[in-house]
Unconditional design. Structure first.
Length: 729
């Protein structure tokens, strides 16, 4: 017999007989009315789990990971405020349901059944996924990646302190709100979780406000792997910077009392706390999981005998709040009501087409005053002597630095964060002086953890800041890329555009640094950024364009709520000359504030029609050198700078190719997974011109004299151009 049916029968039988498990008497401040409300929410959560299984059995529902055994989370919801943003574990239906009782007009049963049915009317994901979440209830939806929501919960909590001092234009969270993030006991071991606990502790240890309540729902097991007895208490009860609270999640009175204490501590002291709740997991991990295949029958039955609903009913009876017959009546009535609502929910329309599914990949624009650059007086006051230097040609690193100054001056919600971005001003000096001029709370020197840096950005964006996180080197994005791929990019998708986390991630990267670094400081792979739906990837090749593009990136994030990555070619930061020492051809004057280069436009250098070289980043620099050599050999080329690597500026590129006899793609990324793969396909599909590619080898980058041996060179571009033209005549 199905374990869900066994649990249900036991509950009916034992409630009818008032045959309860033993336990401590009710204690603490929970009122009778509130206790019964929590019990009702718990029953609704249980009934929805049962209904989800029925719906899946009949092909009407699509996801059955349940909340049974975790109904104590309703008592936690009662101890928090709706203003407290909640990043939830997937077993927290009871939390959401109880929170819904605190907001007029909510229909949690209907909403969740629409979600089970993958109806397009599901109010959180629009039928894209079964997720918990609600805009009205301040619950952003979660992906199912374990623990990946915890770094952003730290970021959202940090934002609360900053927002008190410097309220952001698009503020979402109230002054005295706190943030709550819940997770399972197995998830607590995950690197993303450990990063978040450490970052929270590290922050609080320095007395920086971080009002964050971590809640560990400890049912003793993760799918089939048991958590060692006492592990959670042993590893969290003494953690620096984190205050530990513990309660039985099977006891609604105790959970409420301890949760209220923990929430009060977090709210008043503005410090993080760790609330450890003991739970049981009923019916195994999810629909198809049969717990008796890895647990003994006795173990499974022992958990079932501790069913929180039975325990709640006992406590309610002992408190004189509700008698067992009343508890049974509520349980039955709730199940019947859910079945009736489900019958209606499964008739609602579902998504059918690709455009319907994709409608929320790109978030909606938000109303914003136009941006024209900061006022001249403000600029004069900020820049001082630097203002005169802005009329002189300068290398890229300085122009990006000035662009960041102007953006921070104009938009008070812009915040920078990263390793060494503050006092030092960045490894390459790109963020110099910003910390001194805008304050250490707007230019945040973070601890050394990329997940936490991106989580800080994502979380702050949840509260209306415009974060510009920096990843010090491209190779170090990879240990944290899920924060972009799985979290930031999916948020609008899974919330039907209701939640967004716009930001501009600056990443220093790509190859060609003479004498410095080897692979890790010269990573030339962009594949991981190019296949993330909705993400914009920009890569400038020279200083003025870098400033203009960065302004556009911030506009895209600020006004269109987009997730943008700005990839800065390190080797070009200090570049001054192009063809000869002292020619100064790779320096630019700082472009007038307010000017921008629009997304989707390309740069075209030269008018030659013999050949178009299609490239980006360092490739533009090398191709411009090759262009001069080719011209001397009588070959007139134009160099097309893509600027935008995702989405590719296809229309502008095809226009820029007009009249050219052939196209050579020069891609400093690797042959496999590089940009050239997409460009070859694009040229094949959209043009009839002969085309070829020159890419980096499928290799890591060496240090020493062979630092550029695996990547395109100016001489290599000349040779490839000649070969292409010969082959196509
Ligand atoms: C990063 C990641 N790895 C693996 C999984 C697959 N997975 C889903 S739930 C789960 C177990 C989680 O256990 P726990 O945190 O104790 O929560 P519980 O399900 O017991 O409530 C695993 C391994 C995942 N979702 N994400």
């Amino acid at each position: 017999m199905d374990r869900a049916a066994i649990v249900h029968e036991q509950l009916e039988r034992r409630l009818a007989a008032a045959d309860f498990p033993r336990g401590a008497p009710p204690s603490g401040p929970l009122t009778a009315t509130r206790a019964v409300s929590i019990y009702r929410s718990a029953c609704l959560s249980r009934a929805l789990d049962r209904q989800a299984r029925v719906m899946q059995g009949t092909g009407q529902g699509f996801y059955t990971i349940g909340s049974s055994g975790h109904e104590g989370m309703a008592a936690l919801a009662a101890a928090l405020r709706v203003e407290d943003m909640a990043f939830l574990h997937y077993r927290d239906a009871a939390f959401q349901i109880e929170r819904a009782t605190q907001v007029p007009g909510q229909t949690p049963a209907w909403d969740m059944l629409l979600s089970f049915a993958a109806s397009a009317e599901d109010p959180i994901s629009g039928g894209r996924h079964k997720v918990l979440g609600s805009k009205a209830l301040n619950i952003p939806p979660q992906t199912s990646t374990i623990a990946s929501h915890l770094p952003k919960a730290v970021g959202a909590a940090y934002s609360l302190g900053l927002a008190r001092r410097r309220p952001p234009a698009f503020r979402q969270l109230a002054d005295d709100a706190i943030v709550m993030a819940s997770f399972g006991d197995a998830s607590a071991n995950h690197a993303s979780a450990q990063a978040a606990f450490n970052t929270a502790g590290w922050t609080a240890y320095q007395s920086v406000p971080l009002p964050l309540l971590f809640v560990c729902e400890d049912n003793g097991i993760g799918i089939s792997t048991k958590t060692p007895d006492g592990w959670i208490a042993a590893s969290f009860s003494q953690r620096p910077g984190l205050t530990y609270f513990c309660a039985s999640g099977l006891d609604l009175y105790e959970t409420y009392r301890v949760a209220a204490e923990a929430a009060d501590f977090v709210r008043r002291r503005r410090k993080p706390a760790f609330l450890h709740l003991g739970m049981v997991r009923l019916y195994g991990h999810a629909g198809a999981d049969v717990p008796t295949t890895y647990l003994s029958r006795q173990e499974v039955e022992a958990d079932e005998a501790r069913d929180p609903l039975l325990n709640f009913a006992r406590l309610l009876a002992e408190a004189g709040a509700l008698d067992p017959a009343g508890a049974l009546a509520i349980y039955r009535e709730t199940n019947a009501r859910v079945a009736a609502i489900a019958a209606e929910a499964v008739t609602r329309p579902r998504l059918q087409t690709a455009p319907e599914v994709m409608a929320s990949l790109i978030p909606p624009p938000r109303p914003c005053p136009a941006t024209n650059g900061p006022a001249p007086e403000a600029r004069a006051a900020l820049f001082g002597h630097d203002l005169a230097a802005q009329d002189e040609p300068q290398p890229m690193s300085r122009l990006i630095n000035w662009a960041l100054h102007d953006l921070m001056l104009e938009h008070s919600e812009v915040v920078l964060m990263g390793e060494d971005v503050g006092r030092k001003g960045g490894v390459y000096g790109v963020t110099q002086k910003l910390s001194a001029r805008f304050g250490r709370d707007r230019v945040i020197d973070t601890l050394l953890d990329e997940q936490s840096i991106l989580g800080l950005g994502i979380g702050m964006a949840h509260n209306g800041f415009l974060p510009i996180p920096e990843i010090q080197f491209l190779a170090y994005l990879h240990n944290a890329e899920d924060q972009l791929r799985g979290e930031a990019a999916t948020l609008p998708f899974f919330s039907d555009g209701q939640y967004t986390n716009p930001m501009v991630v600056r990443i220093a990267g790509l190859g060609y640094q003479k004498g410095f670094g080897g692979h890790f400081h010269n990573d030339n792979s962009v594949a991981v950024l190019r296949d993330i739906p909705g993400l914009i990837l920009a890569c400038p090749s020279r200083g003025a364009e870098a400033a203009l593009m960065l302004r556009e990136c911030v506009r895209l994030a600020r006004e269109e709520q987009r997730l943008v990555v700005f990839l800065e070619p390190i080797a070009l930061y200090p570049m001054r000359d192009l063809n000869a020492a002292g020619d100064g051809e790779w320096m630019d004057r700082y472009p007038a504030p307010g000017e921008r280069l629009a997304l989707g436009t390309v740069g075209v250098h030269g008018r030659g029609t013999d050949l178009a070289v299609v490239t980006f980043g360092n490739g533009v620099y090398l191709s411009r050198q090759a262009q001069a050599t080719l011209a001397a050999a009588g070959i007139k080329a134009r160099v097309i700078d893509l600027r935008w690597l995702s989405p590719l500026p296809a229309t502008a590129l095809v226009e820029a190719l007009a009249g050219c006899k052939a196209a050579l793609i020069v891609d400093e990324a690797r042959a496999s997974g590089g940009v050239a793969e997409a460009l070859m396909a694009l040229l094949h599909e959209r043009t009839t011109m002969p085309h070829a590619r020159l890419t980096a080898q499928d290799s890591f980058i060496a240090t020493g004299p062979a630092y550029a041996a695996t990547m395109p060179s100016a001489a290599g571009i000349v040779a490839a151009a000649k070969a292409l033209l010969e082959a196509s005549t």
